[in-house]
Write a protein that binds this ligand. Structure first.
Ligand SMILES: C[S@@+](CC[C@H](N)C(=O)[O-])C[C@H]1O[C@@H](n2cnc3c(N)ncnc32)[C@H](O)[C@@H]1O
Length: 258
């Protein structure tokens, strides 16, 4: 009897492949009811779908941390930026947290992982040539956004190597409230910091996905922070594999203001 009911509901009335769509509709109804509590629940539902449907390489802790930091920003304005998008799960979380009030930017080659440089010391070699976004490139990330109805005129996916795309867009992505770097190697991480850090507003947050996963990523961050004399503490998530810090007034600016 129970088996028949189950079969009737899930095979005939509500085929399993429709379940995500039904859930999505419920999710966005909940979103429209708004209120911080409903929004938090919506974020959890989205997160679970992103994990189940493999739309992100991030763990649930990182996805939640991203949503939390974006939602909790005290900056009245500022966009959310991710460099290293792959299938777009991180951008989807940012887009949900933006609530249509902020612009979201995702940059990625949507190509294969580039070769390492000397600074990476061979760490991550097994990932070189791997495509994180899959055969359909940018379309995969676009599909993630449309799947969860998070595609809007305020969410931009930019395809190409950072060296080519960031210079073209850097004047439009200012100020940045949350900058998330997830490009793994020294050269890309350092380049994104060089190009985007100035755009981050004081009080904004910089998240580094692979600080304690890849040697090159860590070195890029340490070198950049040492060069810019950044002493804002690194805050660890997930046993320190991911870190973030808040941009503070530079010591020079504080001194001259006093
Ligand atoms: C680990 S994946 C990003 C995962 C993603 N944040 C998610 O939510 O699943 C790293 C991405 O960085 C991109 N990438 C690495 N170096 C790059 C470069 N120099 N320019 C553009 N994209 C790059 C790769 O194409 C890849 O999609």
């Amino acid at each position: 009897m129970v088996y028949r009911m189950h079969k009737l509901i899930f095979k005939r009335l509500l085929p399993i492949e429709l379940l995500p769509d039904v859930a999505m509709r419920l999710l966005f109804t909940a979103l429209r009811l708004s209120g911080p509590m409903f929004h938090g629940i919506t974020a959890w539902i989205l997160l679970i779908f992103l994990i189940i449907e493999k739309r992100s390489m991030l763990s649930w802790r990182r996805l939640w941390n991203l949503y939390r930091l974006c939602s909790a920003t005290s900056l009245p304005e500022g966009c959310f930026v991710e460099c290293g998008v792959a299938r777009g799960g991180g951008v989807a979380m940012m887009s949900l947290a933006a609530r249509g009030k902020r612009t979201v930017w995702g940059f990625d080659s949507f190509d294969k992982m580039p070769v390492l440089t000397a600074e990476d010391e061979g760490d991550g070699d097994e990932w070189v040539g791997h495509s994180c976004s899959g055969a359909n490139g940018k379309q995969e990330a676009a599909r993630t956004l449309s799947r969860f109805r998070l595609d809007s005129d305020d969410t931009h996916l930019v395809a190409g190597w950072f060296q080519d795309t960031l210079p073209q867009h850097v004047d439009r992505i200012v100020p940045i409230a949350v900058l998330r770097l997830d490009s793994d190697w020294y050269a890309a991480t350092r380049y994104c910091l060089e190009r985007c850090y100035e755009q981050v507003a004081v009080g904004g947050v910089i998240i580094i996905d692979d600080y304690n996963t890849f040697l090159g990523c860590r070195k890029a961050v340490d070198d950049f922070r040492a060069q810019k004399k950044i002493d804002s503490p690194l805050i660890a998530t997930e046993r320190g594999t991911e870190v973030y810090w808040y941009k503070m007034e530079s010591p020079v600016a504080v001194r001259s203001a006093a």
